[in-house]
Design a protein around this ligand. Structure first.
Ligand code: ADP
Ligand code: MG
Length: 293
């Protein structure tokens, strides 16, 4: 079971669009996929046609130990399910402020999935912050996929994100790696997009091999700006159901193929067999201060 957190503390860079459409692409390729909507805005849920009205079991209920991940999971298409969210999830940051081991709630809730190899992929749509929800995502996965909009300030924002993954790898989850960067909202043919991509490539290839992002791949598939991708969420449909032949569907289908190929190419390193016991307790002391400005 591969576990991928789609993460970037900036909003509007394509996290949700990528989580949903990449997951749909993998499901269409015959893989069993579960999306976890870790954003209290609930956009991924909505995008897959699930409105988490009051009474619906959500990620919040998993955190509050009202139910299991299996109880909260909803099937939305063949091979594709989601654990939805709504604004209730925003309370987790405060409610868990003093709970020991709060970084590992999601990891522990999914433990039997890992053991049973329940899915081929679990894809987590992270919120635009570096608080306790994102830390839970990073502790529950081995792979981070970063959607990046190649504009002038994009690389500056990455340093905080990389620092956070380095901190998590050091102290909470040593199996965590940044495995890929997906260029989203890509304006083909522009000088700026090409320059930012080249700067990113230089940064990644010159990074210390001990960093969790060493060896991260810049996906060849560029997710071009395409209006159909912006329209699909309001119809509660992944792009393949909404507009199967548009450029956005082609780009995400290609990204799906690249993500699948990573297993064969050996880019995804399986977690070490002799897992060292993970530290318990509140290692991240105040996730509130880590929240991006
Ligand atoms: P995030 O989850 O990082 O906040 P979203 O995936 O919600 O970002 O994307 C932000 C906005 O941009 C949404 O309205 C989405 O529909 C739109 N969008 C994302 N990717 C594309 C794209 N490639 N082309 C056009 N619109 C896009
Ligand atoms: Mg989002």
């Amino acid at each position: 079971m591969r576990t991928i957190a789609v993460m970037n503390q900036k909003g509007g860079v394509g996290k949700t669009t990528t989580s949903v459409n990449l997951s749909a692409a993998l499901a269409r390729a015959g893989k069993k996929v579960c999306v976890i909507d870790m954003d209290p805005q609930g956009h991924a849920s909505y995008h897959l046609g699930v409105e988490a009205a009051p009474g619906t079991r959500t990620v919040y209920d998993v955190f509050a130990e009202h139910c299991t991940v299996d109880d909260a999971r909803q099937l939305v298409a063949e091979n594709l399910s989601i654990i939805p969210s709504n604004i209730d999830l925003a309370a987790v940051e405060v409610e868990l402020a003093a709970t020991p081991g709060r970084e590992f709630i999601l990891r522990d809730a999914m433990k039997h999935w890992q053991e049973q190899n329940r899915f081929d992929f679990v894809v987590i749509d992270c919120p635009p912050s570096l608080g306790v929800l994102t830390i839970n995502a990073l502790c529950g996965v081995t792979e981070v996929l970063i959607p990046l909009q190649p504009h002038f300030f994009a690389l500056q924002g990455l340093s905080k994100l990389f620092e956070t993954t380095a901190l998590v790898t050091r102290r909470l989850n040593r199996d965590l790696r940044v495995t890929g960067v997906a260029l989203c909202l890509y304006e083909s043919g522009t000088r700026l997009a090409a320059d930012v991509t080249e700067d990113l490539r230089l940064f990644l290839t010159s990074s210390d091999p001990d960093t969790p992002w060493a060896g991260a791949k810049i996906f060849k598939s560029r997710i071009r700006r395409n209006i159909k991708l912006a329209e699909a969420p309001s119809f509660g449909q992944a792009i393949f159901d909404y507009a199967a032949t548009c450029p956005g569907a082609r780009d995400y289908a290609e990204l799906g193929q690249e993500v699948l190929a990573m297993t064969d190419e050996g880019i995804v390193v399986p977690p070490a067999a002799s897992a060292v016991p993970q530290p318990e307790g509140n290692v991240i002391d105040d996730p509130g201060t880590a929240r991006a400005a």
